[in-house]
Structures are given as C-alpha cells and as structure tokens.
Design a protein around this ligand. Structure first.
Ligand code: OGA
Ligand code: MN
Length: 285
C-alpha cells in the first residue's frame, strides 16, 4: 500500500525491498523536511526509485551530499571520460570514444556485489541515474540482506556471526586483475579490507549479511576450502528470488540504494546498444 507524507507519495515495489518516491522534482531542490521523509523511506525500503528526473551533474552531486560525504570517483582508467564531467560523478557505460570506454562495466553481466567494500571506508549510498537505456536487458537486481540474515539457518548463522571476511581488491567486476594488483594465489592473504560478515545498520539497527563480490572473498579463521563452501552457500541463500527486486530502467530514473544492507547485480545487454548511467557514491562514515 502506498503511503503519503506531507509532500511525497511512497509506493513500495511489493517485493522484498524497493519503493518509488513520487511527487518530487529533484532539480528544484529538496527541503530538509522532505529529505527527512526520503531518509525514513530509504531506511524502510532500502532502495528508492525517483522516476522522470532530469538532472545535471551538479544537482545529482548536491542530492548525494545530503546522504553524506562523497567517495572520490575512480574513473581515471576510463580514458574516454568526458572532460566536463563533475569530479564526483562516474560513468557506468559501454560507450567507447576514441577507442576507449568512457565508463565502467561495459555490456556484460555484473555479478552480485556491494559497492566499494574493498576499501576500509566502503559506500553507504550509491546513486545511479539513467541517461541512456538500451531497448532491453541491463536490468539491475537488488537483494535485501537484512531479510536474508533473518532467514539464515541457525548452523550457517552461528558459523559466520562474529567473523570478518576479506573483500577482495585484486579483481575487477569483469574478472580481470585490477591495474596495480597481482593475481591472488592464497585467498586468506589477499588484498582488500576486512569487514564483519554480519553488520548492524547504524539507523535501522537491523543486522545484515555483508559480503564483497560473489566468487571472491575469504572468511577469516576458516580453511580456504571451508570459506569457499560457506561463501557459496551464503550467496546462494542471499540471491533467492524472494529477497529480490529487479529494476527495469527508464531514461530519467534515479535509484538510491544502501550498500550496508543491499547487494546488487546487473544483467548483460546488447553491446551494440548504448547504455549511459551517471553514478555518485557516498562514504559509509
Ligand atoms: C554500480 C553498478 C549496475 C548497473 O554502478 O555500482 O553496479 O545497473 N551498476 O549499472
Ligand atoms: Mn555496483
């Protein structure tokens, strides 16, 4: 059922997470009172969608700043990045200019992950805005990791509670080795931040599973074989359809998700089609 606050209508997706926020034109600025309503809806639904927005880089950055300080955009490896792009904005795109991709992720599938978790200070919010959307494919899926934690079986829960895992930094989402890193031969010694496998959300106080990227990572204190087995079970559990909501993009959609309690993945799309998204990430601090 949708709820109406003083200025907004919040329409839940009907799935395990996700809601539309209606009645807001972000380009016109947001009052403190309205922003508090947005935050409350975000803590409740974990992913918010604002449709039919038409925003500049500056307006996207200003909205992101309401959620906290910004992560510095990586971006430097994408040689075709337009010079006029705001320094906090990254492009997620398969578009190639002068022989170089202008953004990250190309057109292939992006496996399940949470953003920036290879850093000591990972991302809380990610804001992703759709400028150009392919005719089909490229949907983004989100899974509710509070619910996944609540429904974890007792044996697995007691195995991971209180442990930390390595959020691998050596590999790119595409599977290749990140520039400046070496291939990992022993996962238990690999590079990347160590974070608790179960974390408590600072606002909702709900516990959530927190892992880096499917297929990577290592749970401290277990043998590599056992860690692989447990991580495989956790990801299989976390990505069951009952925990998931899938975003089918329209131009002008702005999505804000909470990496502290949500993992996401993206489907492949026709590499001949164009997909262009602008992204800003907020530091979890
Ligand atoms: C990201 C991401 C998915 C997408 O920007 O962090 O995973 O749908 N994007 O582009
Ligand atoms: Mn991501």
């Amino acid at each position: 059922m949708s709820t109406r606050t003083a200025s907004l209508e919040i329409v839940p997706s009907g799935k395990a997470l996700g809601a539309d926020v209606r009645g807001l034109d972000i380009s016109r600025g947001i009052s403190e009172e309205t922003f508090q309503e947005i935050l409350e809806a975000w803590y409740r639904h974990l992913v918010l969608r604002f449709r039919d927005q038409d925003i500049t880089d500056q307006q996207l950055v200003e909205f992101a700043l309401r959620f906290g300080s910004l992560h510095h955009a990586a971006g430097s490896e994408y040689g075709g990045k337009p010079e006029e792009l705001h320094e906090a904005v990254e492009l997620i795109s398969n578009i190639v200019k002068n022989g170089k991709p202008i953004g990250a992720l190309a057109a292939g599938e992006a496996t399940w992950h949470t953003d920036m978790s290879m850093y000591e200070v990972p991302a809380s919010a990610t804001l992703l805005y759709g400028d150009e959307i392919p005719p089909s494919g490229g949907n983004t899926r989100f899974t509710n990791l509070c619910l996944a934690y609540d429904e974890l079986d007792e044996e697995l829960r007691s195995l991971v509670e209180g442990r930390r895992s390595i959020h691998d930094a050596a590999y790119l989402a595409s599977g290749g080795v990140r520039p400046g890193y070496e291939a990992v031969t022993d996962k238990s010694q690999g590079p990347g931040a160590r974070h608790p496998v179960v974390r408590t959300h600072p606002h909702s106080r709900r516990k959530a599973l927190y892992l880096g990227r499917m297929g990577n990572g290592y749970i401290e204190g277990l043998s590599v074989e056992e860690s692989d087995r447990v991580l495989e079970q956790l990801w299989a559990h976390m990505t069951q359809p009952r925990f998931i909501w899938e975003q089918e993009w329209r131009k002008g959609d702005l999505i804000v998700w909470d990496n502290r309690c949500v993992a996401h993945s993206r489907g492949a799309f026709d590499p001949e089609a164009r997909r262009l998204m602008r992204r800003v990430t907020v530091m979890d601090a």
